[in-house]
Design a protein around this ligand. Structure first.
Ligand SMILES: [Zn+2]
Length: 495
């Protein structure tokens, strides 16, 4: 595939229009292929040229990931903690800078051992803690949805992607505005399932469980603001119903009616068709117009009659059969806001503190040269975003409705009780290797974790590679003391 002149010109004009953060390698646009071979060969070309012409040494980021993240965190720590620090702040700073580096090898009375990694749990500053926080949140959401769906007998988790016309999207800037559009999306989605709230926000005819995630930036060009919403809907309507129970009052020799309340659970098993989607786009346009007008946005009249509603679904039985977890892909929808930017850093020159960033625009990929400072500044902005995910409808009080839905919620048992005297201090080292994905053109960066004993601090033991899944707190957000396990209640049988 070769690039035609007008395509290059188009992308050039586009790039000069948007004036991104770094400088662009203009002559290195490449068509994006399904694998990543084109991208790799273009990156190699840029790196080689940098070395030949300027003597600058760039290394693939994964090769120096540990050192890169350390520098990144040094820069962020210098901004966060200035001057004389109190003991507690100094301790926080130390934990932040050594997050993931030290830990323990614990042992219980039966002689079982487990590795533990100390994490700083400062998710507003620490990219890796933020990442595991989001992963844990997504795991919880998937497990709960799967338990509800199996209990009630629903097979598809509905997923919607809601977008806005560019000129409206670019006016959504503040946290309050983002929240307003999140609520609007919930109103829209409840309506899709025939659930309407009254003026006091009560769903008289029940509600569906909705989880909405804000994405602030464009996925492909993560330096660029591009607000949109991802929503998942558990298509089960739960509502409080009442009926009147006749009760005989013997003393007065009469019958009175007492209202009895119960939760009615009703699976939604309709399949949407093209007409439904058209109605949805019309409705979403109306709602966006209403809120944009209320917020005093400009160009409300120009909002087209139909506004972007994309639909997909996660099919539970198939995913379980294929061993693909829940098949809902919520970990991707709910990923850390800094995830895409971190992934975009392709190669680093640690001497000059320069980074080659990799982006995509439509069918084309391109590279930019960023300074380390710009990069960390952007990461800090993205990690600063809070409350990007909200739940609505009955999902807002999911635990409350669990019994009605036939879902059992248990606290995860951590029956490993270490004997303090047997714990050995450990140090960890992470290495990243590019490994081919079998049967594909792709290369995957795989994390390898090594540990060594610090029992004798002056004479550490040899490095041993260990399986990431053996390490407590490595895969999960360990500060979460509310870790829950969801299953279908025993009196219910999964379909
Ligand atoms: Zn951390």
């Amino acid at each position: 595939m070769s690039l035609s002149a007008h395509v290059i010109e188009g992308v050039e004009r586009y790039k000069s229009l948007h004036n991104s953060i770094g400088s662009v390698y203009c002559d290195d646009l490449y068509p994006v292929d399904k694998g990543s071979s084109e991208r790799r060969s273009y990156l190699k070309k840029i790196i080689e040229r940098g070395e030949d012409q300027e003597g600058k040494k760039y290394l693939a980021k994964y090769k120096i990931a540990t050192g890169f993240v350390r520098e990144e965190k040094e820069v962020m720590a210098a901004k966060e903690w200035k001057g004389n620090l109190s003991d507690s702040k100094d301790w926080k700073r130390y934990n932040y800078l050594t997050c993931g580096k030290y830990g323990m090898l614990e042992e219980n009375v039966s002689g079982d051992k487990r590795y533990l990694v100390y994490k700083c749990n400062q998710r507003r500053l620490c990219p890796s803690c933020r990442d595991s926080y989001h992963k844990e949140k997504a795991r919880k959401a998937e497990d709960f949805a799967a338990a509800v769906m199996r209990s009630v007998g629903v097979e598809c988790l509905s997923k919607f992607r809601l977008t806005f016309p560019d000129f409206i999207r670019d006016q959504i800037k503040t946290k309050a505005q983002r929240s307003a559009f999140k609520s609007l999306a919930n109103e829209f989605l409840q309506g899709v399932y025939g659930c309407v709230a009254n003026k006091s926000g009560v769903y008289n005819r029940g509600s569906v469980g909705v989880s909405i995630q804000c994405h602030i930036r464009s996925t492909q060009e993560c330096w660029k603001d591009s607000f949109h919403l991802h929503a998942s809907v558990i298509p089960v309507i739960v509502g409080l119903r009442s009926y009147l129970l006749p009760v005989v009052v013997p003393m007065r020799n009469c019958v009175i009616l007492i209202p009895v309340y119960y939760n009615e659970v009703c699976p939604w098993d309709k399949v949407f068709n093209e007409d439904d989607f058209e109605r949805m786009r019309l409705k979403w346009s109306k709602l966006v117009r209403r809120l944009s007008h209320k917020l005093g946005f400009e160009r409300v009249d120009e909002i087209p009659d139909e506004v972007g509603v994309n639909y997909s679904y996660g099919y539970l039985p198939e995913a379980v059969q294929q061993g693909k977890g829940k098949g809902f892909d919520l970990a991707y929808d709910m990923r850390s806001p800094a995830y895409d930017l971190e992934k975009a850093a392709a190669a680093v020159n640690m001497v000059d503190k320069k980074i080659i960033m990799s982006f995509k625009h439509g069918d084309f990929g391109y590279f930019e040269n960023w300074s380390f400072e710009n990069y960390t500044y952007q990461v800090a902005i993205l990690l600063g975003y809070k409350n990007l995910n909200s739940t609505y409808g009955w999902l807002r009080r999911g635990a409350f409705y669990a019994t009605a839905l036939g879902v059992e919620v248990e606290k995860e048992k951590d029956d490993f009780t270490p004997v303090p005297g047997l714990s050995i201090r450990t140090e960890y080292k992470r290495e990243y290797k590019a490994e081919a994905v079998p049967g594909k053109k792709k290369i995957k960066i795989v994390e390898h974790l090594c540990v060594r004993s610090l029992k004798d601090a002056n004479n550490p033991g040899p490095w041993i590679e260990i399986d990431l899944s053996q390490v407590h707190g490595e895969a999960n957000w360990i500060e979460s003391r509310k870790k829950r396990v969801y299953s279908v209640a025993k009196n219910k049988s999964p379909p």
